[in-house]
Design a protein around this ligand. Sequence first.
Ligand code: NAD
Length: 270
Amino acid sequence: MPTPSTRLNGQFALVTGASSGIGAAVAKALAAHGAAVAVNYSHDADGGNAVVKEITDAGGTAIAIGADVSKEDQVQAMFQQAIEHFGTLHIVVSNAGIQVDSPFVEMKLEQWQKVIDVNLTGQFLVLREAAREFIKRGVQPDVSRAAGKIICMSSVHEVIPWAGHVNYATTKGGIMQLMKSTAQELAPHKIRVNSIGPGAIKTPINHDAWATPEAEQKLLTLIPYNRVGDPADIGSLAAWLVSDEADYITGQTIFMDGGMTLYPGFATGG
Ligand code: NAD
């Protein structure tokens, strides 16, 4: 568990896709800094419940809520359940995402559509429900300077093209404009919207890219800082970005990637 603090005391958070990987680490980090957390899972109830147990065993507060973020009725029911349980929400981390890889010319419409549905439409549905709750409730000055804080989990593939993963990279590019446009529209309501753009982080989504020493060595050629990231790296950033210490940040993607976006191929002259 991350080092505890009181930075997010009295705040209620929802993290989507939190039964594994980055979402689980973000949920644990928010809880360690004092937030009560709704841990969303899609099919993996055991994973969601295990994250809740880890948080509560460490003295935190958490509940698990099942919902598929690509389904409007399920997203609305998830927010209703979290708000009924906690009273309101102050922090929403829209993290759920998938890869369905294929060479472009062989990509089936279903492979394209599935990734758009979860990674992009899912973000829209989650952000819209978050904004509705934050606007309805407004700022609670004794809790936070903002009425609400949203983090979209993007990727370095928001800016780095990715052959063989055109559907995935397209959704991450789309998240950039979703995040920036909603940040612009919601700022007058004192709602902050930002993205985190992880580089290579050791999670199930990219298991094959780091699971063997040979694969990890190949991956490291893309990372100037010469280590593959841990989910906890992203958890620390998320817990800071939603805190009042970051109150003047909105509409930004913060890349956390060990330098992957520094175009390491040019380090030796290009
Ligand atoms: P992961 O596979 O462990 O996590 C993805 C989570 O999303 C899982 O918990 C999964 O159950 C959930 N999910 C999938 N479909 C869902 C749906 N329809 N509704 C609700 N939840 C659903 O992988 P991860 O690396 O932790 O991925 C989390 C996010 O981080 C994703 O958006 C991913 O694109 C992004 N990301 C990861 C990396 C990396 O290197 N691991 C890099 C950049 C971005």
